[in-house]
Structure formats: structure tokens, C-alpha cells
Design a protein around this ligand. Sequence first.
Ligand code: DAH
Length: 333
Amino acid sequence: MTAQTIELEAQLDAIRQAAQTAIADATSLDQLEHLRVKYLGKKGPIPQVLGGMGKLDPAERPRIGAHANEVKEAIQQDLDRKKTELQTAAIQAQLETETLDVTMPGVYRSQGKIHPLNSTIDQVLDIFVGLGYTVAEGPEMETDYYNFEALNFLPDHPARDMQDTLYLPDGNLLRTHTSTVQIRYMEANDPPIRVAVPGRVYRRDTVDATHSAVFNQVEILAIDEGITFTDLKGTIKVFLQELFGDVEIRFRPSFFPFTEPSAEVDVQWKGRWLEILGCGMVDPNVLKAVGYDPEIYTGFAAGFGVERLAMVLHQIDDIRRLYSSDLRFLKQF
Ligand code: DAH
């Protein structure tokens, strides 16, 4: 071996050494790529060393060529190993920063809710649908006929004065109760009938803690052969029990032109009796008005004040809170 051969081999070993150290110190894939070009590229140090082979004894050249290949392979292996190492570290780092902490409090988005009046209507209707009733509706603007006449209010009947009515300029009126839909529904359907009617009603009432000029009712009507007052009482009791659980109730004899006999029902609310519904056996004159034969059919009807039901259900002290749109109030439901 000549001194030149030894010299070239030493140069190749030095390149390998320098590359090894630089690769070991690399901290990014970019740096690594940079080192690959620097040590293994065409303009790198190895071709330069090989360029010096011209001065060698031809017999020694293969030896240097083989050594150069060994060095290249070693450097390539170092690069590959380091690349895998850096990639694994990068994935690991990403995993660590992206860990999901499921115990962190979430982003709060406030959700709308059903208004207590609407949820009360839903509850009432659910109970009656469960008892086999159908839900129906009618118009809020009405004629004298549907609001009074067909319901057996005589033209000069004092009962017309019981409800102060809001009349429209054209002679129509805003319905004072949902009993109007009894007539409309019976006109359009034959018995047997089981219907529940939610709706808004209007009166010239002075507003106070338990009265409002606009409020909601649910009317029920059952017409069939052989319906008696017992059915009425049983239905009302089952309904109130379903809605309120064990609240004290009382039936009180009353008067309505469209029922005979009639009753009102009160429940205990804030230490006193609160009237929540009117009811009775449908007056034969009402059945006649829609062309039903009162000798064959009997039935009962009732009208519930939805606000009053909601007030008992949620122990609300003033009806006006239900219309105030005060979120501090509404958020409690
Ligand atoms: N319509 C009556 C009112 O608004 C309530 C009522 C009483 C409805 C007796 C009825 C009933 O169906 O039978 O005061």
C-alpha cells in the first residue's frame, strides 16, 4: 500500500467521521436533507477524493473505490436511522400537544326552551290524547253566532254580560272562550266525539295577578250515547291527578248557558282556592244547534285556563310573569 492510498483512505474515514457527528447532531428533517446533499451529493467530498485516484497505482484503485462505497453506505444508513428517529419524535410531540382533556369544561352555548305556557298546553294535550281525544283548533276572530248564539246565549241573556267582549268594527269579535270550537267541530263531524282544543282568548278584563285580557284555554268536548255526569267528573279528576299529582280539588255548582248542569273546579294555590276550569253536561239546545238529536246523544264539555294551570303547576305568584319575557323568570323552567 502506498502512502497515497493510505492518505485517501484517511480522507474518506474523516468524511465518514464528520458526517456521523453532524447527522447525530441534526435536530430537524430539513437539516438532515441538507447534510445528505452536503456529504452524498455530486459536489460532495467523496467524488473529490475519488478524483485524486488518478495518481494511484491502478492496482490500488479498486480498494479506494470499495472503501468509498462503504463510507457512502454508512453515511446513508446514518441518515436513514436519524430520519426515522426524527419522524417518530415529531409524531410523539404532535400527540402530546394534541391530547384531548375530556375533563376540561366545554364551551357553553345557552339553549332555548319551551315557554312554561306552551309546555303546560303540551302536557294537557298529551293527557287528553292519551285518553283518546283528537286535537283541533278554531279561529280567534269569531262571529256572534259561534261565540254566543249557538252556545245558547239568548240575545238579551244576562250571561252575555258575564264576559266583556272585544268587538271589531265589522261586527265580528275576538272570541272570549274556546267553546266556539265545540260548535265548529260538531258542525263538521258526527258523533262519537272526543276533542281537545287549545287556543288564545280575549276579554276586556282588568289585568291583575290572576287575570289577563289575553289568555289561553284548552276546551274539551265528549259526545256519545250514554255519557253521564259521572264520566265528566271522572275525566276531570283523572286529568287533574295526571297533571298535578295529589293536589286538593273541589267541584262547585255553577252556571253556563251551554251546559246543564254546570260546575267549576278549584284547586289549592298559595293557601287559597283558585278557579281553573268550567265544565258541565252539554245543553240539549247546543246539540240541537248543530243538528244532533239530544234524545240519542249526551256529552260533557270543559274549558281550562292554561295560565292558571301553569301557575298551580309551577307555584307562580303572578300571571303577568308569564308574559314579561323576563329571562330570570323563564330560565327557571
Ligand atoms: N267557556 C267558559 C269560560 O270561558 C268555560 C267553560 C265552562 C267551558 C263550561 C266549557 C264548559 O266547555 O262546559 O268561562
